[in-house]
Ligand binder design. Structure first.
Ligand SMILES: CCCCCCCCCCC/C=C/C(=O)SCCNC(=O)CCNC(=O)[C@H](O)C(C)(C)COP(=O)(O)OP(=O)(O)OC[C@H]1O[C@@H](n2cnc3c(N)ncnc32)[C@H](O)[C@@H]1OP(=O)(O)O
Length: 302
């Protein structure tokens, strides 16, 4: 039932004008294309997929410049790529990384949550929920190769993965910093963090809106490994090999066992969660905070 609702959201998204024609954008044969067996890179304007069929792995590169903010279009393209890889028996694992230098993802797109109509907020929030559910429950092994800063929704996206490798650069901070923007991480953001680093560490991190630099992120457990920047992709590949050596069905069932209770909470409260989001985001005080935050980002330049 829940899956059917999810499929409807995805199908509706695919029917949108900007989503048409996104299914396959054939490109060059990828450098990781498994020794020239002819499988090409594919993807969409904002998501580049480099398949390595010999290894059963695809590298999914986010390229929504300048900061990989998770706009409605971008989320839809990510979902389409994930679905395509899940439906292709060649692939058992994906490495999620960024094509934008120094930035993994700036999180949810603030312009999707500012000055729009309530109907837009409903549509946007459904896409955010769907992305979290799909990545969190994916049967594929998903490894995040975090090659840049990763606040809020960017951090959440990495937390849906099975393993996180972070580049050792002090600028590459990661965390759920929503409170700094005057907003609140929803319960399923919080649950995902609690499942990763525990209750007390989450309580502190979320209230203070902490963005952890690499050493701290490793210490608290937000990431599993910190490596020199030029070793992020190779490390993600070695880790992937280790995970893929486990019998798939046993690994998948274990993942489901671990994650389903958390996902079920959102699945049963999905509509209420949308209403809560829309009510919250429509508040004058919240809109003011978000506008001020966006302005601050813009003024930083000048
Ligand atoms: C009772 C409970 C109720 C709960 C109800 C729910 C409540 C709502 C929950 C919402 C959860 C929100 C999750 C989020 O993810 S919010 C987004 C958080 N993200 C951030 O705080 C990051 C902001 N960005 C930055 O810090 C920097 O941009 C960054 C470090 C990522 C990069 O810095 P850099 O110097 O390289 O680039 P610029 O800052 O100059 O940015 C370039 C342009 O990009 C625009 N930008 C940046 N981030 C975003 C964004 N997240 N969304 C949209 N646009 C973004 C920035 O404004 C620049 O634009 P211009 O070129 O036009 O100036």
């Amino acid at each position: 039932m829940a899956l059917a609702v999810g499929m409807r959201v995805l199908t509706r998204a695919l029917l949108r004008p900007w989503a048409r024609g996104l299914r396959v954008a054939p490109g060059r044969t990828g450098p990781a294309a498994g020794g020239g067996d002819g499988m090409r890179c594919f993807g969409s304007p904002r998501v580049l997929v480099e398949p390595d069929p010999a290894a059963g792995v695809a590298v999914v590169k986010m390229r929504n410049p300048p900061v990989n903010s998770l706009s409605l279009e971008f989320l839809t393209e990510l979902l389409i790529s994930l679905e395509k890889l899940e439906n292709d028996k060649t692939f058992h694992g994906i490495i999620l990384t960024s094509d934008c230098p120094g930035i993994f993802s700036a999180g949810l797109d603030l312009t999707e949550m500012c000055g729009r109509k309530p109907e837009h907020y409903v549509e946007y929030w459904k896409a955010v929920q769907e992305t979290w559910l799909r990545f969190y429950l994916s049967n594929l092994v998903v490894i995040a190769a975090i090659n840049g800063v990763s606040p809020a929704g960017g951090c959440l996206l990495s937390l849906t993965c099975d393993y996180r490798v972070l580049a050792n650069n002090p600028k590459y901070t990661i965390g759920l910093n929503e409170t700094l923007l005057g907003i609140v991480a929803p319960f399923w953001f919080k649950d995902t963090m609690v499942n990763t680093i525990g209750h007390r560490a989450t309580e502190r991190a979320l209230q203070l809106g902490l963005l952890f630099p690499p050493a701290e992120a490793l210490r608290v457990g937000v990431v599993d490994q910190v490596v020199p920047e030029d070793q992020v992709q190779s490390t993600a590949r070695s880790v992937m090999a280790q995970w893929l050596a486990i019998p798939d069905h046993a690994r998948q069932l274990t993942k489901t066992l671990m994650r389903k209770p958390t996902a079920d909470r959102l699945l049963t409260e999905r509509d209420a969660d949308i209403q809560t989001f829309v009510r919250f985001i429509c508040r004058d005080s919240v809109q003011k905070s978000l506008h001020a935050y966006l302005e601050k980002l813009k003024q930083k330049k000048g």
